[in-house]
Design a binder for this molecule. Structure first.
Ligand code: FAD
Length: 441
């Protein structure tokens, strides 16, 4: 089967949705997703989204982002993100996103690695609030349609030009989606890990498909572990205890209920300290106490965390909860330029799947929703400029060898192996260059 559209967007998280909403209304846009439209990591974001509050905060926000990223960030990308933040927040409010306010002004919270409060939030379900509003708007637009339970399994490309994708529908049938421009917005890699806060269906498909087709990747060994997820003996997705809980005063205790670390260290440093403490104490978790946060604030700012912990048998207003680090975010990805264009013509990548260098080696808390939105909008602007001159292939079905897609399980395994192998290769490359830097420095 073959479908045809002007622009194909793979993924219905904030990256894909915001890109779609910023594309011209006279273009036909098709969005596909592996699962239901709302099952994306964007939906799970708790803590919030950063915004430059005023010019006087620019240097500090820039420095916090760079320091968290170990100065491996692309400086120009960081600048673009921070400078675009107020526009993006205005757009979101225009789409009906309801951020918390205080005395009629936007309210700001703080998370680890931030020198001052600059994070907007909606209770502890900021991602759900943003994604719901964007998805609602997408569903109202007559030029955008969404196909659920359709999985991209390959690109259709030749001579470094992308003409669309090969997909697999829920019934196992294959289809080609022909597009003048294709946007990969397929999220992170948590599904490849045993312990992760991500949806398990997010298995880095965009990366594997990029590797297969010679699209350039960047820093795919840069994986972020979140320091505090609720400890559980059950398998499956780990429940995040947002960093803003620590930003509002929660503390960490060792096995003897003594504080052992500055709770607002950047994520990688805090994770290392927690692992060290767990090893010292011989425990599979450390304790997190919210006793310093007033009960009313816990219930109004963190209602979801409060409720979920109660379901697991812990009343956070009265007792500590066990927490443990888990895979959370992916800083590397498909290499893109400042307009989210990949190394292949007519192919873009946005959101967690892409690497525009904003996060460097470690993401600063609450920068990822913002980064996804800023660079999705830039991709949309670039697509608008390029689409009229995009190349199309009348013989698209002739360049696809469908016989290679019959065994889906084998494809999944092959893709997983390709990501692992490339991750290991990049890790070794980074270790070698760090070693060389240390020797020279
Ligand atoms: C628990 C949690 C809390 C977080 N909290 C925050 C926070 O407070 N602030 C912040 O800034 N960031 C936070 N993040 C990170 C942030 O949510 C994500 O980085 C961001 O939402 C990524 O958006 P995205 O559009 O790139 O991907 P996602 O929202 O993950 O969407 C990926 C989409 O791609 C689809 N897809 C994947 N593979 C395929 C395929 N092969 N074919 C078709 N479709 C495919 C998926 O079905 C999905 O629709 C959090 C993340 C998690 C997991």
């Amino acid at each position: 089967m073959k479908k045809k559209t002007d622009i194909l967007i793979v993924g219905t998280g904030v990256g894909g949705l915001f890109c779609a909403l910023n594309l011209p209304a006279d273009k036909e846009i098709l969005m596909i997703t592996k699962d239901e439209a709302k099952n994306s990591d964007s939906y799970l974001a708790q803590g919030g989204i950063c915004m430059l509050r005023s010019e006087s905060d620019y240097d500090s926000y820039y420095e916090d982002t760079m320091r968290a990223g170990h100065y491996k960030n692309r400086e120009e990308s960081v600048d673009i993100m921070i400078r675009s933040s107020q526009d993006i927040i205005r757009d979101l409010i225009g789409f009906g996103v309801d951020f918390a306010t205080e005395n009629g002004e936007l309210a700001f919270t703080r998370e680890g690695g931030h020198s001052r409060p600059r994070i907007l939030f909606h209770e502890d379900i900021t991602g759900e609030e943003i994604t719901e509003k964007l998805l609602g708007e997408v569903r109202r637009r007559s030029n955008i349609s969404i196909l659920e339970h359709v999985t991209m399994i390959d690109l259709v490309c030749q001579d470094n030009i992308c003409y669309g994708t090969v997909c697999r529908a829920a019934d196992g049938s294959q289809m080609v989606i022909e597009a003048r421009e294709t946007v990969l917005a397929c999220g992170g890699v948590g599904g490849l890990y045993e312990h992760s806060t991500n949806f398990p269906h997010l298995t880095g498909d965009g990366l594997a498909i990029a590797i297969k087709n010679g699209v350039e990747l960047e820093n795919i060994d840069y994986v972020q572990i979140h320091p505090t997820t609720l400890y559980s003996k059950k398998t499956g997705r780990r429940f995040l205890i947002s960093e803003s809980v620590r930003g509002e005063g929660a503390v960490l205790y060792d096995a003897h209920h003594q504080r052992f670390v500055d709770e607002l260290l950047p994520r990688d440093l805090l994770t290392a300290a927690i692992h060290k403490q767990m090893e010292k104490d011989g425990t599979p978790y450390v304790w997190l106490s919210m006793e310093k946060i007033p009960e009313a604030e816990i219930k109004s700012h963190f209602p979801n965390i409060y409720k979920r912990c109660l379901e697991e048998g812990y009343d956070v207003t009265k007792e500590c909860i066990p927490v443990v680090p888990a895979q959370h975010y992916f800083m590397g990805g498909i290499h893109v330029d400042q307009y989210s264009h990949t190394s292949m013509d007519q192919l873009y990548a946005v959101g967690e799947t892409s690497c525009n260098g904003v996060h460097g080696a470690n993401r600063l808390a609450s920068n990822s929703l913002l980064e996804s939105l800023v660079f999705a909008k830039r991709a949309a602007g670039q697509i608008q400029e390029q689409i009229e001159t995009a190349k199309v292939r009348e013989d698209i079905l002739d360049i696809v060898d469908f016989s290679q897609y019959t065994d889906y399980e084998a494809i999944r395994e092959k893709y997983r192996e390709a990501i692992m192998k490339e991750t290991e290769r990049m890790k070794q490359e980074h270790e070698q260059s760090n070693h060389n830097e240390a020797k020279c420095g």
